[in-house]
Design a binder for this molecule. Structure first.
Ligand SMILES: Cc1cc2nc3c(=O)[nH]c(=O)nc-3n(C[C@H](O)[C@H](O)[C@H](O)COP(=O)(O)O)c2cc1C
Length: 330
């Protein structure tokens, strides 16, 4: 079965790869991922806050100018709580490159278009084949407009694109009021791929301790639906290639994502739960299903359920919405 696909201009034998996660901290695990057939290795993120802290001296030793700034800093993990500091991240990238033959995609994660982005070039120099850019932030300032949020995201993407020659993907949040505009603007800025979507980890509340508790809940397949919708809307309408992340737990999930238009399928929760070998299991089950239905290639299936030829996706979505509400009456 020909499962080959092109993601970020990289010709891959199939779309399955681990998404950004701590699995890459351990070289044995990286090897197991490659042995399970990972088409590429995506590293977890190096964070703007880590880089800025290193550039300014360690967080603990910093002179704190303002109370609000000091309080904001106290929210963040301390430097030694990150698995890898900025230099160690580059070193780990070099080690992974030396260990595996598949492409390695590094990840930068931050919110401002400032000096920390120079790490994009260092990551390229350390041998990354591509870079994923994750701008994970919540617009909580009432003075911050949707346009300003988009402008910042674009400025970061443009700065990274200008700094490196390797392909750049942007991992998007689903919380934009004009999602299609964001995708098209990134596309016009030359971004090579869109990774759909970031998961937001809403902290829970401990009602006795009166504390917000950051909780890590792994995903399940229900989270895929939001991704399928936007993949189907973007497919064929943006030049950038598309990766799905969030809620892929089975071969059925993967097939849906590919049919909606995904070129790459990233998995994290399923691998953390079942081990890296799950990548192979899901791929083999997909092949079996495709053979039974006489598909000859993945490309034959890719985008078959997208809304590329739908003249008015907004009307389609609204009609769907109304139909779903009516379905309750049976
Ligand atoms: C423990 C853990 C660590 C993660 N670290 C990162 C990270 O450093 N950067 C990033 O962009 N995403 C990170 N993610 C998000 C995943 O890459 C992925 O987008 C998310 O888990 C949804 O995919 P899933 O449903 O397959 O788990 C992390 C997820 C988990 C569970």
């Amino acid at each position: 079965m020909d499962l080959s696909t092109t993601y970020l201009g990289l010709r891959l034998p199939h779309p399955f790869m681990p998404g950004a996660s701590p699995l890459v901290d351990d070289l044995d695990m990286v090897k197991r991922l490659e042995d399970a057939g990972a088409a590429a290795i995506v590293m977890h993120s190096l964070f703007e806050e880590q880089i800025t802290a290193e550039q300014l001296g360690t967080i603990q030793n910093m002179e704190l100018h303002e109370d609000s700034y000091a309080e904001a800093l106290s929210y963040f993990p301390k430097a030694d709580e990150y698995a890898l500091g900025p230099q160690q991240y580059l070193e780990q990238l070099r080690r992974i490159k030396a260990t595996v033959a598949v492409p390695v995609i590094a990840s930068l994660n931050g919110v401002t278009p400032t000096g920390w982005l120079q790490y994009a070039r260092l990551i390229e120099q350390a041998g990354a084949d591509a870079l994923e850019l994750n701008v994970y932030s919540l617009a909580t300032d009432p003075a911050d407009t949707a346009a300003a949020v988009e402008t910042r995201l674009l400025a970061i993407a443009r700065a990274v694109k200008a700094a490196v020659h390797i392909p750049v993907a942007v991992k998007l949040s689903p919380f934009f009021s004009a999602m299609a505009h964001v995708a098209h603007a990134l596309d016009a800025a030359g971004v090579d791929g869109l990774v759909i979507f970031n998961r937001f980890y809403q902290p829970d509340i401990d009602i006795d301790a009166l504390e917000a508790m950051p909780t890590l809940r792994l995903s399940d397949s229900s989270e895929l639906l939001l991704r399928l919708r936007w993949l189907a809307i973007f497919a064929g309408r943006v030049r950038a290639s598309l990766a799905v992340t969030g809620g892929v737990h089975s071969f059925v999930d993967a097939i849906k994502a590919v049919m909606a238009g995904a070129h790459a399928v990233q998995m994290v929760s399923a691998l953390l739960q079942n081990g890296p070998e799950e990548l192979r299991t899901v791929r083999e089950e997909m092949v079996r299903w495709m053979e039974e239905r006489e598909y000859a290639s993945l490309e034959q299936m890719q985008g078959s359920m997208s809304l590329e030829r739908c003249p008015d996706p907004a009307a389609f979505e609204r009609a769907n919405y109304m139909r779903v509400l009516q379905s309750w009456r049976g």
